[in-house]
Design a binder for this molecule. Structure first.
Ligand code: HEC
Length: 318
């Protein structure tokens, strides 16, 4: 009994050590590390294994004792003792490797397969190899049924699509991270249709009330022309949207939107340039000739048409 208690203590030592480790490591996530429940489970599993080993040893002990008694009886009746039971090694040699006991080798020699005194024995294929062969056939049948006939498993195309989806999620997360690190210092114009679509939706939801659905202007200025009160180009527009012009009724948006969202709106606004929507407000501000205008060719044309019909209203100094 004392031994058993020692054994239990020893076998639970690793789990105790693991427990220590877990305690000293700060929890960095819900699923990280081993929880208390896992520890209890681990100890129960170890206890179970120990009990099974003990039970097997007990059964073996009883069997040996019973055979010893039987042999005593057989001896008194003048009979041969019972044969020794098969050991694990015997089982391995016979059933797995397929070796015949050395006494039987004489029977296996093939008389007509003898060359220069080297005689061949008629040994069968080792069972492990035979069963592996059978196993590959069974595997092929199951595999074909699963993927080809029943269509349960994913095909290469489905696996590819799933991988792509995963990859795109990683890419999107990265883009979002990059977008959130943006400021008016380093922001760049996006021409990605996905970004522009997001920008358009945000514009319709937040800005169209003052700037019109098409950016033609209303309470706020026309955003589709080449004239800007606060500068054109992605960096200026990004800054105007971020900080607003509170005294003129244009609120700052940087407390409601992420930098990435503002970049997308600004990119969308700049994509409207030269679109000449109906009922557009007169241009205000100065002609923006800096880089980063969306389409240099078409904008040159719209400058001309504006120049002919009307003088741009230059912003009053404030
Ligand atoms: C409450 C009305 C209102 C809303 C809503 C509004 N704006 Fe404005 N916006 C204005 C006004 C007014 C101005 C002109 C400021 C000035 O005169 O300096 C302006 C100016 C601008 C300018 C500068 C134009 C120039 O010529 O330099 C940009 C760009 C702009 N808004 C974008 C947006 C975007 C994008 C949104 C939505 C996120 C938005 N605005 C929402 C009223 C609004």
């Amino acid at each position: 009994m004392k031994k058993f208690v020692y054994f239990l203590l020893l076998s639970s030592l690793p789990s105790l050590l693991i427990g220590q480790e877990v305690d000293s490591v700060p929890a960095s996530g819900a699923s990280a590390g081993i929880g208390m429940d896992d520890l209890v489970l681990l100890m129960l599993v170890i206890l179970g294994i120990v009990l099974v080993i003990l039970a097997v040893a007990q059964v073996k002990l009883i069997r040996t004792e019973v055979r010893a008694l039987q042999n005593l009886e057989r001896k008194s009746q003048g009979l041969e003792p019972l044969p020794e039971p098969m050991t694990l090694m015997d089982w391995y040699r016979r059933k797995v490797v397929g070796l015949k006991p050395i006494e039987m080798e004489e029977d296996l020699i093939m008389e007509d397969h003898s060359y220069d005194g080297i005689r061949e024995m008629d040994n069968g294929m080792p069972p492990w190899l035979k069963w592996m062969f059978v196993g590959t056939i069974a595997f092929a049948v199951i595999y074909m049924a699963w993927y080809q006939v029943l269509g349960y498993g994913p095909t290469q195309y489905e696996e590819y699509a799933a991988e792509m989806e995963k990859g795109n999620a990683i890419k999107d997360a990265w883009r979002k991270k990059m977008a959130d690190a943006m400021s008016e210092e380093n922001v760049t114009l996006s021409d990605d249709p996905k970004d522009l679509a997001e920008g358009k939706q945000l514009f319709l939801d937040n800005c169209a009330a003052c700037h019109g659905n098409l950016g033609e202007g209303g309470a706020g200025p026309n955003l589709t022309d080449l004239y800007w009160l606060h500068g054109g180009g992605i960096k200026n527009v990004f800054r105007t949207i971020s900080y607003g012009v509170p005294e003129k009724g244009m609120i700052p948006w940087n407390d409601q939107m992420s930098p990435g969202e503002i970049r997308n709106i600004a990119s969308f606004v700049l994509s409207l340039e030269g679109s000449n929507p109906p009922d557009a407000l007169e241009p205000q501000g100065d002609l923006w000739t800096g880089e980063e205008t969306q389409s240099q060719d078409s904008s040159a044309q719209s400058v001309d048409s504006l120049a002919i019909t009307e003088e741009p209203v230059v912003a009053q100094a404030q």
